[in-house]
Design a protein around this ligand. Structure first.
Ligand code: 4NP
Length: 163
C-alpha cells in the first residue's frame, strides 16, 4: 500500500532530481519498501520538458547500477502541492523558487532540503553539475546516495514507512 508520495525538485529536472528519484527507487526496492513509497521528479524551469535526463548524468549513474529513466517536466504547483507529501529540493534557490509558487504556509511546509537528510557528507546542498566536469556528476551521486539513506531513516523513524 502506498503511504508516501515524494517529489524531488531541481532547476532543470535533467541531472539532480531525476537521479534522486532513481537512487531512492533503487534503495526502496532493495529494502522491500518500494510498494509503500512513490517517487517522481520535476524542474523549476520547463526548458528541458519532454527530454530524457542528461546523457552525462545517465552514464555516471548506470555505472553504479541506477537507471535514470524519467522524462523532464516542469513543477505544476496547483497539482504537485496537493498530490505530494514531501517536495525535496536540491539547493536553496530551489527553495526560494518553490516558496514563491506555494500558495499557503501549509504548502511551504511540504518543502524539504535534500542535504538535510545527509548522514556522512558535510554539504548543505547538492551542487548543480550541469556546467561542470565529470567530478561534479560523481559528487551528485555520492551526495544523493548518502541523503537517500538518511531520507529512508527519516521515513522509518517518523513511521511513514515500515518494514
Ligand atoms: P539540474 O541541472 O537542475 O540538476 O537538472 C541543470 C540542468 C539544466 C540547466 C541548469 C541546471 N539549464 O540551465 O538548462
Amino acid at each position: 500500500m502506498i503511504e508516501k508520495k515524494l517529489l524531488f525538485v531541481c532547476l532543470g529536472n535533467i541531472c539532480r532530481s531525476p537521479t534522486a528519484e532513481a537512487v531512492m527507487n533503487w534503495k526502496l526496492k532493495k529494502a522491500g519498501l518500494n510498494h509503500q513509497v512513490v517517487c517522481d521528479s520535476a524542474g523549476i524551469i520547463g526548458y528541458h520538458s519532454g527530454e530524457q535526463a542528461d546523457m552525462r548524468m545517465r552514464k555516471h549513474a548506470i555505472k553504479r547500477g541506477y537507471e535514470v529513466t524519467s522524462i523532464s517536466r516542469k513543477v505544476k504547483p496547483s497539482i504537485d502541492f496537493e498530490h505530494f507529501d514531501m517536495i525535496i529540493v536540491m539547493d536553496d534557490q530551489n527553495i526560494k523558487d518553490l516558496n514563491m509558487l506555494a500558495r499557503s504556509v501549509e504548502e511551504r511546509k511540504l518543502i524539504f532540503r535534500m542535504a538535510d537528510f545527509r548522514i556522512q557528507f558535510n554539504y548543505d546542498h547538492i551542487p548543480d553539475p550541469y556546467y561542470g566536469d565529470q567530478n561534479g556528476f560523481e559528487l551528485v551521486l555520492d551526495l544523493l546516495e548518502d541523503a537517500c539513506d538518511g531520507l529512508m531513516e527519516h521515513l522509518e523513524t517518523h513511521n511513514q514507512i515500515s518494514k
